[in-house]
Design a binder for this molecule. Structure first.
Ligand code: ISJ
Length: 367
């Protein structure tokens, strides 16, 4: 490029950048005007009957409105990411929020928590899934992220079992694409060992059968533990999230090595309170029935008779009596809707016990 053309490019850019500077000034002013209103919301929530700081129903309405306002050229997903981060800042202005997840840091639960709650909340990593539930009940954390099901391996037994022992509420759901990465600070041909959680190794089976055949596959307790090992051991690699790579300072050598690119995990956000209706919600229930012919069908018949669509069903052994089960069902609708409330009252008549785990806005996007 000649000097003349560089100069004319600079000349052409200068006024455009000046316009951007002025718009940025206005955006900052507007963001702070919004933040001042959020501070007032915080005062209202803390006074009188204390209202939860995180309001999933309002989050959904705000994001839907943003999509409606959007006339481009920015894609909806970009604006949504900005507004999620903005709402994360709102929490900090109302009252610092503590969010717990199954650790160590860099796990997929951590990734789900960060995508949902942004970078302005405090995160706590907890040793196991039941401990996330306990920390909610003890008031040590405000919200907890727990995996409920994966598109490839199905229900997460540890989470389902934890609902039997802890009375927490489901207040939101989060869908996350699980992308695995091969992380290592060694050159690929120098890698002799690959650490990961057995499930992650299994989810990358096809890729591993053609790549890095020389390396030994070593199972460890979590993908984030694997990343930690890969950071310290020469010639070691890990299969883990890109977040784990960032946190433990290990390079992504190969991205998206999972066999199924649609590999998705659904997480529940658990809390001490449920969420208000949005008009597009789900209700999660857990029940056990008598050990008799047709007992389960009798309950499901009620949901059909009331026209309630079921989006999830799972079962876990009661662990009290052999072959006695707890069933977990997600229904479309909110418990405050007359039809849903009525259906659950009717279903209860066919159960030994039925617990409503919570109603929450239906997640539309995979984050
Ligand atoms: C400001 C509020 O609190 C939180 C922050 C929100 C926001 O920044 O728009 C929306 C919902 C809440 O999770 C509110 O409840 O309106």
């Amino acid at each position: 490029m000649t000097q003349g053309s560089t100069k004319s490019t600079d000349e052409a850019l200068a006024p455009l950048r000046k316009r951007i500077d002025e718009l940025d000034r206005q955006i900052v002013e507007l963001l702070n005007a919004r933040a001042k209103v959020v501070v007032e919301v915080g005062h209202v929530k803390r006074g009188g009957a204390a209202a939860p700081i995180y309001a999933p129903e309002r989050e959904k309405a705000v994001l839907e409105q943003i999509r409606q306002y959007n006339t481009g050229p920015l894609p909806d997903a970009c604006l949504e990411a900005i507004w999620r981060e903005l709402m994360s800042g709102s929490f900090a202005l109302e009252r610092p929020l503590r969010v717990g997840y199954l650790g160590p840091a860099g796990s997929f639960s951590h990734l789900a928590a960060r995508r949902k709650f942004g970078s302005s909340v405090e995160y706590d990593n907890v040793d196991d899934i039941p401990a996330v539930f306990e920390e909610i009940l003890r008031g040590h954390i405000d919200y907890g992220l727990v995996p409920i099901e994966n598109s490839a391996i199905g229900g997460i037994g540890e989470t389902l079992d934890a609902f039997l022992n802890a009375e927490v509420q489901v207040c939101a759901e989060v869908l996350i694409n699980i992308h695995h990465n091969l992380l290592s600070n060694a050159q690929p041909d120098q890698i002799t060992r690959i650490y990961s959680k057995p499930e992650a190794i299994a989810q990358c089976r096809k890729w591993l059968s053609v790549q890095l055949q020389q390396a030994e596959k070593v199972p460890v307790a979590s993908t984030s533990k694997a990343a930690e090992l890969a950071a310290t051991e020469p010639n070691a690699a890990a299969i883990a999230s890109s977040l784990a790579g960032e946190l433990y300072d290990v390079k992504v050598q190969f991205a998206n090595i999972e066999d199924n690119p649609q590999n998705t995990t659904r997480f529940f956000v658990i809390a001490r309170q449920a969420s208000k209706p949005t008009g597009d919600d789900k209700t999660s229930v857990m029940f056990t029935t008598e050990h008799a012919a047709g007992a389960l069908v009798n309950v499901l018949d009620v949901f059909r008779d009331f026209g309630l669509n079921m989006t999830h069903i799972d079962k876990r052994p009661s662990k009290r009596v052999n072959w006695e089960y707890y069933f977990f069902v997600d229904l479309v609708g909110h418990i405050e809707e007359e039809k849903v409330r009525h259906a659950i009252e009717e279903a209860r008549k066919h159960c030994l016990q039925l617990t409503v785990l919570g109603s929450f806005p239906r997640a539309k996007e995979v984050l």
